[in-house]
Design a protein around this ligand. Structure first.
Ligand SMILES: C[S@@+](CC[C@H](N)C(=O)[O-])C[C@H]1O[C@@H](n2cnc3c(N)ncnc32)[C@H](O)[C@@H]1O
Length: 399
């Protein structure tokens, strides 16, 4: 279909359009006045009026301000701040929870098709026990404005909104009423809920209440990690990721494994138990305090060795049996993926929080002689566009 030629378009222009597909990033595609627009607060197929919020050379951004014909999947957003000029945190609150997961499945599938040329077929996104998709955040971070008021940031903005309650926050965090307090001379406030239901609150780098270390229990194991350090945000995510990694990787006694971007060794611990004292797990992590916390939590597992390094700087061994990667949002990149493939593992398990970066890395693995053997998506971030993908790769023909 040929698109209409571009007409002049400006911020605050209002245009009526039919919305196209939901894409990665939490927006639908539309073509107002011949421009490509990324539109928040809409659903595919809806007849809407949108308002332009930003004009760039190649695309524009817009918000739905009126719905003329709603999608059958549209619901009333539970939070009043999930609206144009509102909070930047939730992209999907106006969408029925089951359909949120269907959309995430489509986005993950299309990312793999587009970036890696693989069609995994329809994906069922697994929930982590949420029936309403609210109250799951065990970590919250508020920004503080110049008057000492804590709030949440607006969409694509540094403006602090006076949002007194975030419906995604766990009830234990909400009960602290952080936004009712004054935070003079503070940039941000952070709260972390641990497995013992204790909440630690930090104002910038100062501990305000709770403990420096938060206790995290997964299966029969316990970590004490720096409460501002990395841990999975959804309370059921860590256990579910471990279950899938062990299922996909099937580590065996005596094997050598790598756990890249290991954090405090969540995955290394269970790999270590599986390979036993005659095996080896090397956990590579660049954040010092995560390495310290990991060494302490895994001291009963001498077969697990932590390396305090950037993955990119660390020379990977020439042969290993299995590799787990759980990189940050940007993915691991071609150099790391090629080094992983060169070590000829019988299995690679990739845990990803960004489906597009993951799909890019998957393409490097395919080029290096691996194929996608299994793939699952977890709805670890309900009400938002985010998801957690877990994939198993094996050498081509050796499934
Ligand atoms: C998504 S977290 C995963 C941690 C762990 N697998 C878990 O689930 O708890 C990514 C981790 O990679 C670490 N990291 C980020 N960039 C890194 C790099 N270049 N080299 C090594 N570790 C890195 C971060 O500090 C963080 O702990």
């Amino acid at each position: 279909m040929t698109r209409a030629p571009k007409e002049r378009i400006e911020v605050d222009d209002e245009v009526r359009v039919i919305l196209g597909a939901m894409v990665h990033g939490g927006h639908c595609i539309a073509h107002p006045l011949g421009h490509t627009a990324f539109v928040r607060h809409g659903l595919p197929g809806e007849d809407v009026t949108l308002r332009i919020t930003e004009v760039r050379s190649k695309f524009v951004r817009a918000d739905v301000i009126e719905v003329h014909q709603a999608s059958q999947f549209r619901i009333e957003a539970p939070c009043n701040w999930a609206r144009p000029n509102g909070c930047g945190g939730c992209d999907y609150q106006h969408i029925d929870l089951t359909h949120q997961r269907e959309l995430k499945g489509v986005i993950a599938r299309e990312s793999l098709q587009r970036q890696a040329g693989i069609d995994v077929g329809p994906i069922t996104v697994l929930d982590l026990g949420d029936d309403r998709g609210l109250g799951w955040r065990t970590r919250m971070r508020w920004s503080v404005d110049g008057s000492g008021n804590a709030g949440l940031l607006g969409a694509r903005s540094h403006g602090v909104l006076p949002i007194d309650t975030c419906l995604l926050a766990s009830p234990e965090i909400t009960s602290l009423q952080i936004t009712d307090q004054d935070w003079p001379d503070v940039q941000s406030v952070q709260a972390t809920l641990d497995s013992l239901s204790e909440v630690s609150v930090w104002a910038d780098r100062d501990l305000v209440s709770g403990s420096r270390k938060s206790v995290q229990n997964v299966r029969h194991r316990t970590w004490q990690i720096e409460s501002t350090g990395f841990w999975q945000v959804h309370p059921n995510a860590a256990a579910s990721i471990v279950d899938h990694v062990l299922d996909f990787g099937a580590p065996k006694a005596g094997e050598d494994w790598l756990d890249l971007y290991a954090g405090a060794g969540l995955i290394s611990a269970f790999l270590g138990e599986a390979v036993g004292q005659n095996g080896n797990v090397t956990a590579v992590e660049s954040y010092r305090s995560a390495v310290r916390d990991g060494r302490r939590a895994l001291r009963d597992l001498p077969q697990v060795k932590f390396i305090d390094s950037d993955v990119e700087q660390w020379p990977l061994p020439s042969v290993v049996d299995g590799v787990v990667l759980d990189p940050p949002r940007r993915g691991a990149g071609v150099q790391v993926m090629e080094s992983v493939a060169l070590a000829k593992p019988r299995v690679i398990v990739y845990v990803a929080c960004d489906p597009v970066a993951f799909a890019r890395d998957a393409a490097f693995l395919l080029a290096a002689g691996y194929e996608l053997a299994r793939f699952v998506v977890l709805d670890a971030f309900p009400m938002t566009q985010h998801m957690e993908c877990i994939a198993k790769f094996t050498p081509i023909g050796v499934r």
